[in-house]
Design a protein around this ligand. Sequence first.
Ligand SMILES: Cc1cc2nc3c(=O)[nH]c(=O)nc-3n(C[C@H](O)[C@H](O)[C@H](O)COP(=O)(O)OP(=O)(O)OC[C@H]3O[C@@H](n4cnc5c(N)ncnc54)[C@H](O)[C@@H]3O)c2cc1C
Length: 411
Amino acid sequence: MTPNTTFAIVGAGLAGAKAAETLREEGFEGRLVLLGAESERPYERPPLSKDYLRGESERAGAYVHDEGYYAEHDVDLRVDETVVDFDAGRQELALKSGERLGYDRLLLTTGSMPRRLSIPGSELDGVHYLRTLADSDALRARFDAGGRLVVIGAGWIGAEVAASARQRGVDVTIIAPHSVPFERVLGSEVGAIYRDIHLDRGVEMLLGAAVESFEGDTRVERVRTQEGRTIACDAVVVGIGATPRAVLAAAAGLAVGNGILVDRRLETSVPGIFAAGDVANQLHPRLGRLRVEHWDNALHQGPAAARSMLGSYEAYARTPYFYSDQYDVGMEYSGYAPAWDRVVVRGDPATREFIAFWLADGRVLAGMNVNWWDVAEPIQALITGGHTVDERRLADPDVPLEHTVLGEVPS
Ligand SMILES: Cc1cc2nc3c(=O)[nH]c(=O)nc-3n(C[C@H](O)[C@H](O)[C@H](O)COP(=O)(O)OP(=O)(O)OC[C@H]3O[C@@H](n4cnc5c(N)ncnc54)[C@H](O)[C@@H]3O)c2cc1C
């Protein structure tokens, strides 16, 4: 790479910022441009539904780097600058400001955006989505006013917002189509534990229910369900999942399908163009096609893509991992289990301190440690090892996790 080489990164979120950091750490001396549609420098989103939303942490704590970092490392960070188009053949980006920017290598870290609800009343004031710092600020202001919040959806964002609202003394009703929270990822048995955690904190749960409309004059005052319930409220949060921001890539002719399709080393269908983070649908070496919408993935895929831009052929092979905090219940989930035939639990869920494992054919596909720390690594070793395990030992808190593999004798 010569100093005249230009690397461009579209999307100044966590994946983009960590990619820029890695490029400089790995000795890239060319021109480095990081383009972000938001008016903020790159920040992390997890606090937006947790401590920051509750007013317990500062805005400064969310940023990926100090303010001076980008100038100090000669990263041309352009905030408020949307890439509106790009020509993959000419290797040129079209910016909202009218500028055209040529590049030698390109990384797309455009992330994802909340899925919108389109029902009567969905444009009323007081109907919130949560993706940005500004969204979190607006929601926090609603909390200050008290009253009742209706949360649509019982996924991670909905559940965390519900928990933060209860912690701030706001009344909460959750409306979700599933029979328990996180049913698709955790299944009914473990999802029920989370349902109970919220019920214990006074959340009203309308499960197996669907929202029909939002009602009110100019701002939302009621939520009506298809089952005929009407809930008076002061605000609504819609948390029904996210969609990858792959429109730009699709328009430029890159292969897309539930995100931007990338190979093992995060290169797209067009050589020299890479993608990472929420938007990337990777051919994972062990797990097949996979798009991961979690913090850890953005944190590590950004740097991995940066190394690929510099010529590395190493595959990105990390085990998917995410975490969630609700009230005083913290958890880490490692692995990927689209289907399983057994759930094994170590510890007593009633104490809110346990590990759940999802197994198929006697092998651990995923594990979730709840209020039980420093075990994510051995759980991930069980997953990547791919050996069959002794379920009785797996359930026994006295047996170290590394001694649960069948055929291995505890020392
Ligand atoms: C409220 C909230 C809480 C979360 N909590 C957790 C958690 O507890 N645990 C966990 O594991 N994960 C959590 N996540 C998920 C995690 O934050 C995401 O996986 C992570 O932010 C993905 O990073 P990214 O860089 O890929 O994308 P993003 O963070 O979405 O960043 C992409 C950036 O690209 C910009 N962009 C898009 N298109 C363009 C364009 N054309 N031109 C210029 N810029 C563009 C966007 O404006 C955005 O700033 C949470 C997410 C949210 C929203």
